[in-house]
Design a binder for this molecule. Structure first.
Ligand SMILES: [Zn+2]
Length: 1070
């Protein structure tokens, strides 16, 4: 081999490397050096000598610098600032250490403070206030500035320049609420009913000069310490973090905690975090980002506290966030629920203006598009539409923009029609988080296309950190990658951080920590790069573009997002659920009738838009995701009962007015008015059409037979032992089985009482046997037997099973039940074993049907052991089926051939008295020849929308054509349903006409007709417009934007819908 001879030999020793060992050096034991880190920042035994001891630069408390006086509002009143600071109220001297109460009471403090003379050059002076519960800082002239949380959390209010003048006395007010963020639970179990007699002690009210460098070092050390603990042991980044932390501690010890050494320590930290973490500049580089941090504060509109407290929570939380937005330029905050904006607007105009100006600059971002963050299982289809209609209209009218993302992090399962309704409400993005609480199956996607019953889709994202109240910990950022389930398609995600459920939102700590997390990513790497400054829309825009350009193809999820938890919420708080459905029915009838009146052109009648809006807003509020599901405290149900009582009173009155305007009087033969879009067989026609058909016979003490043209029914000990369909020649109840059988279960879920029913409750099934049965209707129109069933010495059920004479239409077997219910942790249901075989049952949902398994093959099937239905559930096989109709019930189960309607639960938390009262319940059995079809859909409506009782119209021909309008012609597909008839939102003649900030009236008069295809197939038909002078027609979205002009034909409006489509038509009239 060639090559020159190497003449430069390496030297045997380097000048830098000593030949002799200086001293023994041991390998660090990682766990010891990791555990040591706590010493530096813990509040324990070293807190006098560690960094915590250096956080305050100086502190003064009490007189002469801090003077405190208090006025306690009488009772549980929540007075306004003006009321509280009235000259009539005597403010008494008080001090730290005093206690205030009881639970839910309010105390106003006048706080006069003087910044000490020597503090002129201090960098940051704060007031630290801790009254162990929530509080709000007010200026002396009544401007709400910021919320305070208590118990060591968010206790600081930073003094702005106008309060910093030394030696001068300044005054502020503090409104103290006697509740914590999560209400007034006794002890540590937050879901226990509130203790009415809690007292809160003022533990801190000091002026503090903050050691800004020490505070910054505290967050430096926190995040690097997390890297030392949470990065994998086999990564160099973990080892480096550990060395840096130990170096910082050594430096602090050597410098005896002086300000100079603290600055030195921060320089050491920069080797891990970079040198830009003290400002938003840390986010300035254009490196690719994996995680977008979005601040939010989840404020339950009611839950462990009533609406009245929520109104204050909104003001406290959002004022605080406006302040944060001023201090952190990178910060973006989202807030949902138009209702909460409306409360702020009405009660806190100063805070609302502040929000408005931040919305304008783009940092405070309204999101969600709905009136409240509502339940999606139980509200009717029209209610879901109105959530968006009222929500989007509010956002548009106040902020000039609609929302593009439906934001629903905390709701208990998601209807399969949400994507369709969202699209129709201008939103094609959806964010939720709750499915991460599933306690059976792990939902497999983070980012995916969610597809509705009709094929409509939205992009859905479920943040991989699996929380909407992330604390912005290092671990939350890390989990945004490690728990991401859709990285094959796209690895980015949202990190939704901020204190929540009881409000609050992000703290400054979270913003400081996130700056440092970003510093870690840019300086050493390994941590997914987090970014602040982008919006939720930016995140979805990028995903949408990626999908549109074919760069990725998101996976799909068809149908409902069933929540494998909180299944008891379909049943708990029965009255509230009943009121929900009754008010939906009432509003349906009212809008239909009021529309007819305006079409008839009755002089002096004004479409009651303002009252209808108020009624709808009440219904929508009560559909909040802790109200309608039954998971709130008792106070909330007192509140909602009041709202519903108002709705029924106003609605009843308005319906009377509309009927009067249509010409119905007080005199004449009793008659009925049908508000549904098909002819139904009314009791009056039945009577005329037939001779008595229904008969009842007593066979023995406990055995009876009821019969009409359609059925022969045997009742034994209160249950149906045989139901023979005479026309189909088949027995419906399997031999030896008992239908309409009441069953009782022990109901103790793992923890969340009002929310959950756990699968094991099924093992405790107990049949309840009637103690007596008597004939209560002898015919000929109707026969009934009434059975009394004792549940315990306190509770009983009286069921009346009835059969009508009629066999025309779709005859049903109806049961009414009166239940006296005083149980503890029991679940009452009624069972219908049926001789039907199918692996799937059908359940009505909003504008459609959802199918679910009747078996437990897989854990996904088994998880659906209790499900939500609307007006009916159906089990059909080829050629025959049975539907079970209900009035205002939502819980159901079909296991094998047993159908089971859930009636009442008895949880004791968070409402100790939930459902402890008398209940009136109705249900019915509808056996049907042939497949599930429009007979069941219509029967469900007819069972829930009774015809209105009127006196015969004096001139029926005057109304005849109007009453046939908005119904389908007989040749139309029977699966088409006209669900809603109302006036156009912006019509000049219905506009409330006040300056409440509503949308502007537009010229013209319109009728809105909402139609859907109910059975899952293409539907064609003609909507009759008899007596309606329609000059133009459009298909529109649910926000009533015109999409496509249609021709109005002679017979009416010809329409065609795809399977399960919801279509809205707008007709210009007059
Ligand atoms: Zn919530």
């Amino acid at each position: 081999m060639g090559g020159e001879k190497d003449t430069k030999m390496p030297s045997a020793s380097s000048a830098h490397y000593p030949q002799l060992a200086v001293r023994p050096v041991g390998k660090q034991i990682t766990s010891i050096y990791q555990d040591r880190l706590r010493q530096f920042v813990d509040g324990g035994q070293y807190s006098g000598v560690n960094l915590v001891a250096r956080l305050d630069d100086a502190r003064v408390s009490g007189s002469p610098n801090v003077k405190l006086h208090v006025w306690s509002a009488p009772g549980l009143e929540r007075p306004t600032f003006k009321e509280a600071t009235s000259k009539d109220n005597e403010f008494k001297k008080t001090s730290i250490g005093e206690s205030f109460g009881p639970s839910w009471s309010t105390h106003w403090f006048e706080l006069r403070f003087t910044v000490p003379k020597g503090w002129k050059s201090k960098r940051q002076v704060e007031l630290h206030w801790d009254s162990q519960g929530e509080a709000m800082v007010w200026t002396k002239d009544g401007k709400p500035l910021q919320g305070l949380t208590g118990r060591g959390e968010r206790t600081e209010w930073i003094l702005k320049d106008e309060y910093r003048e030394v030696g001068k006395e300044h005054t502020i007010y503090i409104e103290m609420a006697c509740n914590s963020m999560f209400g007034n639970a006794p002890g540590g179990d937050t879901i226990q009913p509130p203790d009415p007699n809690k007292y809160y002690t003022l533990v801190e009210c000091d002026l503090v000069s903050v050691n800004v460098d020490a505070r910054a070092l505290y967050y430096d050390f926190w995040i690097i310490g997390d890297a030392a603990r949470e990065f994998p042991d086999d990564s160099w980044e973990q080892h480096k973090a550990l060395q840096i932390c130990n170096e910082i501690m050594d430096c602090f010890i050597a410098g005896e905690g002086s300000n100079d050494c603290i600055r030195e320590c921060r320089k050491i930290a920069q080797r891990y975090l970079g040198d830009k973490i003290d400002s938003a500049e840390v986010y300035a580089n254009k490196q690719p980002v994996l995680v977008d941090g979005i601040g939010n504060c989840h404020i339950d509109s009611c839950w462990l506290w009533p609406w009245a407290e929520t109104k204050r929570k909104v003001a406290r939380s959002w004022s605080t966030q406006c302040d944060m937005l001023d201090r952190y330029p990178e910060y973006r905050f989202v807030a949902s629920q138009a209702q909460q904006f409306q409360w702020l607007e009405q009660l806190y105009p100063y805070a609302f203006d502040r929000v408005k100006s931040h919305v304008k600059e783009g940092t405070f971002q309204p999101i969600g598009g709905s009136w409240v963050e509502h339940d999606t299982n139980m509200p009717s289809g029209e209610s879901l539409v109105r959530q968006f209609l009222y929500g989007q209209r509010y956002f548009e009218s106040r902020f000039g923009q609609r929302c593009r993302t439906f934001w629903l992090p905390d709701t208990f399962g998601y209807s399969p029609q949400i994507p369709q309704i969202c699209r129709l409400a201008g939103m094609n993005r959806f964010l939720t988080n709750k499915l991460s609480w599933n306690n059976i199956n792990n939902f497999p996607h983070t980012t995916f296309n969610w597809v509705s019953l009709d094929g409509s889709q939205v992009i859905c994202h479920m943040p991989p950190s699996e929380t909407y109240t992330a604390q912005a910990h290092f671990g939350d950022v890390k989990r945004s990658e490690s728990q991401h389930k859709s990285m094959d398609q796209d690895a980015t995600s949202l990190l939704v951080y901020g204190k929540g459920d009881g409000g609050g939102g992000p703290t400054f700590e979270m913003l400081e920590k996130l700056r440092r997390c970003r510093g870690v990513s840019d300086t050493v790497g390994r941590l997914p790069r987090v970014h602040l400054g982008n919006s939720v829309e930016d995140f979805f825009d990028r995903l949408e573009k990626k999908e549109a350009t074919g760069e990725t193809e998101l996976v799909t999820w068809y149908g409902e997002l069933y929540f494998e938890f909180h299944r008891g919420t379909y049943t708990t708080q029965a009255d509230n659920k009943k009121n929900n459905r009754k008010s939906e029915v009432l509003l349906h009838d009212l809008e239909y009738l009021a529309t007819l009146v305006t079409l008839k052109g009755v002089k002096g009648y004004k479409y009651p838009k303002k009252q209808i809006d108020k009624m709808w807003e009440g219904v929508l509020l009560c559909q909040f995701h802790d109200c309608l599901p039954g998971s709130s405290i008792e106070m909330c149900y007192d509140d909602s009962a009041e709202i519903y009582a108002d709705i029924f009173e106003t609605g009843g009155h308005l319906i009377k007015e509309a009927l009067k305007a249509l010409g119905y009087g007080d005199k004449g033969e009793p008659s009925t008015l049908n508000t549904l879009s098909w002819e139904r067989s009314s009791p009056a026609t039945l009577e005329a059409a037939s001779k008595p058909h229904a008969t009842v016979r007593q066979i023995s003490d406990s055995e009876f037979t009821l019969e009409n043209d359609a059925f022969q029914i045997s009742v034994e000990d209160g249950a149906i032992t045989s139901l023979y369909d005479k026309r189909a020649h088949r027995e419906v109840v399997p031999k030896g089985s008992r239908a309409n059988q009441l069953v009782l279960f022990d109901d103790k879920p793992l923890y969340w009482q009002a929310w959950d029913v756990e699968v094991y409750h099924l093992r405790s099934r107990k049949e309840l046997k009637a103690s007596s049965t008597t004939i209560t209707d002898h015919g000929p129109d109707k026969v009934s037997v009434t059975s009394l069933t004792e549940i315990s010495d306190k509770s009983w059920v009286k069921t009346t099973l009835s059969l009508s004479a009629s066999s025309s239409g779709s005859p049903i077997i109806e049961t009414t039940a009166e239940v006296e219910w005083h149980e503890t942790m029991k679940f009452l249901k009624v069972e219908f074993p049926v001789a039907i075989t199918n692996t799937e049952a059908s359940y009505e949902t909003q504008f459609g049907i959802v199918k679910r398994p009747t078996h437990y093959n897989t854990s996904w099937d088994m998880a659906k052991f209790e499900v939500c239905c609307h007006k009916w559930a159906d089990l059909s096989e080829h050629g025959y089926g049975v539907s079970v109709l209900n009035d205002s019930k939502y819980g159901f189960a079909t296991a094998g051939h047993v159908m089971r309607l859930s009636l009442l639960r008895a949880p004791k938390a968070p409402d100790a008295h939930a459902d402890m009262k008398t209940h009136h319940i109705r249900w019915a059995i509808l056996p049907h020849d042939g497949a599930l079809d429009e007979r069941t859909v219509r029967a469900g409506y007819e069972f829930n929308y009774p015809p209105l009782h009127v006196k015969a119209h004096p001139q029926p021909q005057e109304l005849a054509s109007l009453l046939s309008a908005f119904k389908f012609t007989p040749d139309s597909s029977p699966s088409l349903v006209v669900d809603t008839v109302k006036r156009g939102e912006d019509d000049e003649d219905v506009h409330p006409g006040d300056s409440s900030g509503a949308m502007l009236a537009k010229r013209g008069r319109h009728v809105i007709v909402r139609v859907y295809e109910s059975l899952g197939g293409r539907g064609r038909g003609t909507i009759r417009l008899d007596g309606v002078k329609a000059t133009k027609a459009w298909k529109c979205n649910v926000l009533e934007d015109e999409l496509e002009e249609l021709e109005v034909g002679k017979a009416g409006l010809r329409v065609e819908l795809r399977a399960f489509e919801v279509a809205t038509y707008k007709l210009r009239v007059g």
